[in-house]
Design a protein around this ligand. Structure first.
Ligand SMILES: Nc1ncnc2c1ncn2[C@@H]1O[C@H](COP(=O)(O)OP(=O)(O)OP(=O)(O)O)[C@@H](O)[C@H]1O
Length: 89
């Protein structure tokens, strides 16, 4: 993925997403600012690869967005030592 540094929204939200106390979070930022990367990282960071069962649910308002999130999940997963999620049709 060759990211040099986090985007502004990632720098602000990732510490809250990845660290306890893991509270609910609403994030708003411009298109393409890195929001999907943030919540995909958050989801994958909490997946137990040994547990072969659904552990995260991402609800998207359109099929296109669901596909976009799925692609990002695959990209991020390649760089993480986790085995997260399958696409639910
Ligand atoms: N820190 C970063 N450095 C460089 N590129 C990044 C970084 N974070 C994300 N990207 C890239 O920027 C693009 C947009 O990222 P992402 O899909 O996470 O943004 P988004 O805010 O969710 O977009 P949208 O609002 O369109 O859904 C992707 O190609 C992603 O790989």
């Amino acid at each position: 993925m060759k990211f040099q540094k986090p985007s502004k929204i990632q720098a602000i939200s990732l510490p809250m997403i990845l660290n306890p106390p893991n509270r609910d979070l609403i994030v708003q930022a411009h298109n393409g600012s890195g929001k999907t990367t943030c919540f995909v990282l958050g989801m994958l960071s909490r997946v137990d690869p040994k547990l072969q069962a659904p552990q995260a649910l991402c609800i998207c308002p359109t099929r296109e967005l669901a596909i976009q999130v799925m692609k990002m999940k695959e990209k991020v997963k390649e760089k993480c030592i986790v085995n997260g999620g399958n696409c639910i049709r």
